[in-house]
Design a protein around this ligand. Structure first.
Ligand code: BTN
Length: 243
């Protein structure tokens, strides 16, 4: 595995993206940083964590041959790889909050930011960015955030965890190549936070509504059953699941 360890950079996703523009990198090249000064989160948000205590890293996935409307599969694969690593070390009550936050109970312990480059109708290369809260114990105003140390009561070795996530990533990409998407898609769906439970959502107009999460469409939209058994699909910017 080609591992590039940085003390500090703005964002490991941006660093790897920039590098991939100028260099031919091997599949699963990893960039990790002790400190990200401009860490990026979902939908233009920022990802700020204490320096040296957590995993903030990006993995290059090249040699992809995914159609542009199946990109969400990357989020599925990364979520499952993190999930299975955390399960193997005994993190309790793990769930995936659509699209790809990893929760223990109702606490977020990992955020994922997948960025991809389309060349023509097919996706060839993607940057899989992972922020895993490991040994940080204070999250200030982020009341829904937690870490592995808080959940397991012990300090964890960062590099060991990193290798384990990359190993699982390779495993799930291999599974996809061998068996196609169906099985991993089912695994992801079964792990969805609040699947088939009455839940409260907020739409773009800030209106609250009730519904049941029933799954995720192949394009990555959240499928919610509303009143009168109507199944409606929502994109990332169109709905927020309230905790
Ligand atoms: C989220 O909002 O939940 C996604 C957070 C993703 C953070 C990771 S940390 C490593 C990689 N580099 C970034 O700038 N962001 C991702």
């Amino acid at each position: 595995m080609h591992l590039i360890k940085l003390n500090a950079t703005e964002s490991t996703n941006d660093y790897l993206k920039e590098m991939a523009l100028h260099t031919v990198l091997t599949d699963f090249t990893v960039v990790t940083a002790n400190n990200q000064t401009k860490g990026k989160g979902q939908m233009g948000s920022s990802w700020q964590v204490e320096s040296g205590k957590n995993l903030t890293f990006s993995v290059l996935k090249s040699d992809l041959r995914l159609a542009s409307d199946t990109l969400f599969l990357l989020n599925v694969i990364v979520s499952l790889a993190v999930h299975s690593t955390l399960k193997s070390i005994g993190v309790p009550d793990l769930r995936i909050k659509w699209p790809n936050d990893i929760l223990s109970g109702s606490f977020k312990i990992c955020g994922i930011l997948v960025e991809s480059q389309l060349s023509g109708p097919q996706l060839k290369l993607a940057i899989l960015g992972i922020g895993l809260n490991v040994n940080q114990t204070k999250f200030g105003s982020l009341v829904n955030a937690s870490s592995l140390k808080l959940l397991l009561g012990k300090t964890l070795e960062l590099e060991e965890l990193l290798f384990s996530v990359v190993k699982q990533l390779k495993k799930y990409f291999q599974k996809f190549e061998n068996d196609g998407p169906q099985e991993i898609w089912n695994e992801y769906t079964q792990l969805l936070f609040r699947l088939n439970k009455p839940s409260t959502f907020k739409n773009v107009e800030d209106q609250m509504f009730m519904g049941f999460i029933r799954g995720v469409s192949p394009q990555g939209k959240l499928q919610i059953e509303l009143e009168d058994h109507i199944l409606k699909e929502f994109g990332l910017k169109e709905v927020k699941l309230l905790y």
